[in-house]
Design a protein around this ligand. Structure first.
Ligand code: ATP
Length: 324
């Protein structure tokens, strides 16, 4: 049983091109030139019901395009997709009521003059939510998202963090089974972002929803997603446990040591951090045991710990140096 099944998904856009200058601008009125942008190239993955998967990759990798296809906004140029056993771009009402696509960059659409409560009521009608279920879910969302102070406010007067909370409430008021979250914490301050993360975790625990989440913040994926799908130039570059990503992408580990007396740790590995009596050495994975043994023998070691490099650093290195 799968909630999301993607097979050999491809998407190419025809993007208009125009050279600079007035002449070219006038010329393009008569004859437009297009170039093909291959946003997705044979992407395949599946997500099980109740699974929370992180979907990460550098800018322009194809994440939003994938989410738009999975939520039925875009028709792909190739491949097959099934979400809850339906083809998303057929846009059947019964399917659309079971999924939600929330974008951190545009969390709430619709008339900005409406109050939050009116907008939620509008969603209730649009998604055909029975009143008792609506009241029950709203009561839960009020607590989880701290909605009370926002209900009588107009959408246009909300701050970015408040808009995101309202955007989630609007999407979840009809209790979708599959959630596509596209950068839900973009632009939020540290506590607003962590409030959103806690909320997503809580919603998943309560409802067993399936989630595909994109984010450029490793704190989001590290706290929410046991599994990561990494996409680069429209292709899947990694699909597996978050815990194994470092092993796969970074051939190094870090040895953090504190030692007494004169010590010269440079001879044991590359020193990446240094502060009185403490060093962090970057050592190839397969040399960790040997280096540790030599350090213990040569230095008066007070403390020693072997660590995975921080996820942010691993991802940064992978994006810079390429993933394939
Ligand atoms: N409507 C469009 N017309 C032409 N090209 C597009 C269109 N939308 C996206 N693209 C291109 O497709 C590629 C993938 O874009 P997409 O928005 O899916 O990337 P992304 O991984 O979500 O990036 P980001 O992290 O910057 O949001 C990019 O090269 C982008 O320029």
């Amino acid at each position: 049983m799968t909630a999301v099944q993607v097979r050999n998904l491809s998407m190419s856009y025809q993007a208009p091109v125009r050279k600079g200058g007035l002449r070219a601008a006038l010329g393009s009125l008569v004859r437009r030139e297009y170039k093909t942008v291959q946003a997705l190239d044979q992407v395949s993955f599946t997500i099980a019901p109740g699974e929370v998967a992180g979907f990460i990759g550098p800018n322009g990798a194809g994440k939003t395009t994938t989410m738009k296809i999975l939520s039925g906004i875009l028709h792909p140029t190739g491949g097959e997709v099934e979400v809850l056993a339906a083809t998303p771009w057929h846009r059947r009402a019964a399917f659309l009521k079971r999924i939600a696509f929330v974008r951190g960059s545009q969390p709430v659409g619709g008339s900005q003059e409406l109050t939050v409560m009116d907008s939620l009521e509008y969603q209730r009608i649009l998604y055909d939510v029975p009143r008792p279920a609506f009241r029950r879910t709203l009561a839960e969302l009020e607590v989880l998202l701290d909605l009370d102070p926002l209900l009588e406010r107009q959408l246009r007067a909300l701050s970015l963090g408040e808009r995101m909370r309202v955007g989630l409430a609007m999407a979840l008021i009809y209790r979708p089974e599959v959630l596509f979250l596209d950068e839900p914490t973009i632009g939020l301050d540290v506590s607003a972002a962590s409030q959103i993360r806690e909320f997503v975790a809580e919603y998943v625990e309560q409802t067993g929803a399936t989630v595909l989440l994109t984010s450029h913040y490793m704190a989001d994926v590290a706290s929410l997603c046991p599994r990561l799908i990494l996409i680069d130039h429209g292709r899947v570059a990694y699909d597996g446990p978050l815990a194994e990503l470092s092993t796969r992408l970074s051939p190094y580990k870090l040895i953090r040591i504190s030692a007494r007396g004169a010590a010269n740790p440079e001879q044991f590995g590359e020193v990446v951090e240094k502060s009185d009596g403490q060093w962090v050495l970057r050592v190839p994975r397969d040399e960790v045991a040997g280096t540790t043994a030599r350090l213990l023998q040569a230095l008066e070691v007070v403390d020693l710990a072997v660590e995975e490099p921080p996820l942010e650093k691993v991802i940064d290195q992978a994006y810079r140096e390429g993933l394939r």
